[in-house]
Design a protein around this ligand. Structure first.
Ligand code: GUN
Length: 292
């Protein structure tokens, strides 16, 4: 079976960004303000620098205000907390994102839990995690939101599907499970201790792989016609001494069996920043009591 559909994350992310730009323009004309996102970067991690640069560019391209606060790797935890505290109190700042990973001497949990939950555009604060699970309006983690948008691009209703999430991280696995439950899926969260994981995955109409193991999901694990969403970004040795990016799914094998599948790169990856921009708009509306 080769008539599968490749889900184009780049194109769908561009649509999400266009929607954000329209909403930013509407807020400016209806309420006279522009939402703003502040990103805090501590240290010189090369991947983090690229992410932060892209976030800043895309925030400005959508018409929002963007600020970057860069601290040296030696910055103390108190200095990082002081910046978060200042941003919490600044009414022009609607969203705060502290780029991870933080240097080891800074307690990431403490920093993230200091962010005002209503400005927590990553959706990592325990208050927002609780709001998500009880079904209140909240800020939802970006990669899980993007993953569900991609699944719904091929199946507008996920209701009644058997969904298997592989991975139980706080950043992806657990929030994806909450979102799929909200979409009326029957949700199984599989992980490193799951017995007979292959047969668990084989029962899935929708698979979300977020485990961080290169190409773990093989073609014969996938039910014919299933939707496969690959959240993995793994760097592995490629040809001529270069590294290449692969997902948590063995793409060619699974594409032959799946009904629809996301590529790596160009699948879930581009959705994360698009959803971050959407969260910044949502944060501004929550703070100002604007509905919808
Ligand atoms: N580093 C890699 N991904 C993320 C993310 O989604 N949020 C934050 N804050 N840092 C990251």
């Amino acid at each position: 079976m080769t008539n599968h559909r490749v889900i184009d994350g780049k194109a769908i992310a561009a649509e999400v960004r266009e929607g954000v730009a329209r909403e930013v323009a509407r807020l400016e004309s209806a309420y006279g303000f522009r939402p703003g996102l502040a990103v805090v970067l501590v240290g010189e991690d090369p991947a983090s620098k690229v992410y932060v640069k892209n976030k800043g560019e895309q925030t400005k391209a959508s018409g929002m205000n963007s600020w970057e606060h860069k601290l040296p790797a030696e910055a103390s935890e108190a200095e990082v907390l002081a910046i978060v505290d200042k941003l919490n109190r600044d009414p022009a700042v609607n969203g705060i994102l502290v780029q991870l990973p933080l240097p080891k001497h800074v307690n990431a949990e403490k920093v993230l839990n200091t962010i005002d939950p209503d400005k927590d555009v990553d959706g990592f604060h325990p208050v927002n995690v609780g709001r998500l699970w009880v079904g209140e309006r909240t800020l939802v983690p970006c990669t899980p939101t993007g993953s569900v948008i991609l699944a719904k691009s091929v199946a507008p209703s996920l209701a009644g599907m058997n969904a298997v999430v592989i991975g139980r991280s706080n950043i992806v696995g657990k929030p994806v499970a909450a979102l799929l439950l909200r979409e009326n899926c029957t949700v199984t969260v599989a992980h490193s201790r799951t017995r007979n994981i292959q047969s668990v995955v084989k029962g899935a109409d929708l698979v979300v792989a977020a485990v961080g193991i290169p190409e773990m999901v093989r073609g014969d694990w996938v039910k014919p016609g299933a939707i496969v969403i690959d959240v993995g970004i793994n760097r592995v040795p490629g040809e001529a001494g270069k590294t290449k990016l692969v997902g948590d799914v063995a793409y060619d094998e699974c594409a032959r069996v799946a009904g629809a599948i996301t590529p790596v790169p160009g699948g879930v990856g581009p959705m994360t920043i698009a959803c971050l921009l959407q969260n910044t708009v949502e944060a501004a509306k929550i703070q100002r009591g604007i509905k919808g």
